[in-house]
Ligand binder design. Sequence first.
Ligand SMILES: [Zn+2]
Length: 323
Amino acid sequence: MEIAPGIHLIPGKIGGRPLQLYLLVGDAHILLLDTGTAADPEQLIFPYLETLGLGPADIDLVINTHADADHVGGNAALKRASPRAAITCGEADRNFVRDPQVMITQRYNAYRASHDIGPDADVHAWFVEMLGEPQEIDWTWCGGEIIRLGHDWSVRILSTPGHSPGHLTIFDPSSRTALMGDAVHGGIGVDAFGNPTFPAYIHVASYLDTIEHIRSLDANTLAGCHWDVMRGQEINQFLDSSLDYVRRLDDLLIRELAEMPQGATLRDLVRSGGLKLTDGRPVSELEVAYTFAANLEHLVGRGPLVRDDSVHPVRYHLSARQS
Ligand SMILES: [Zn+2]
């Protein structure tokens, strides 16, 4: 379906959530935003191209919004079917995107060494399957670049870190459409199975900057990969709920630690705090760990908390002036 002139949404699924890929069809160039999981080029993208009378070889450029299995897993299959399509991503995500092994060890197991939290065998196998074969990156973007897609149509690339270090958003000034990938996540949601879904960001200050960066675009349409396409006032409400989650989590972590004189591990806080955020609905430890770890480190950096690295797993405490 076309959400703005020349901008198509390709609807897929990942777990119990939507996975929306975007195709920008200009009269000079065709740009695909994200390649989905390893199976998605064959199952989702190529059949959609066919409905437009196009084939894989018509794609000139692929931009991976960020380093995650459901956004880059199809890179190798796409390149096989369309050898002249350039595969690109944000510079700070390059090492994750080009090598599934680095993605698994450094992104999906980022909390293993300090916090003993990471994917179990089933989830690990799922990541491996989604990530597919390694695929070299042809070039990278740092944000600020402009791509001409047609004789009177250009789009801008924006750096929108927080969910990943090199996350990119594409902004089309002519329709005021922002294609934000997973740059901003709103609040706690619910998936197709009725389970809560949590925002995921790894760096609070960058995420907060990205929320305001996207607000400053004054977009008419905000289209991400796992949320319904938003228009008008829905956009500010979504950005406000994104901000609200970050602030609520800061408050919750400080309140929890105020009642734990011995301090707590990331896992302790994920278990007690995660349930409070969902009114007791069960939460996935790994999914919740991202924002909890990010907010804890943010609070350590700003002073309210201290981190004890002398024990394993690492423990957090209220700093002396807070307790
Ligand atoms: Zn995603």
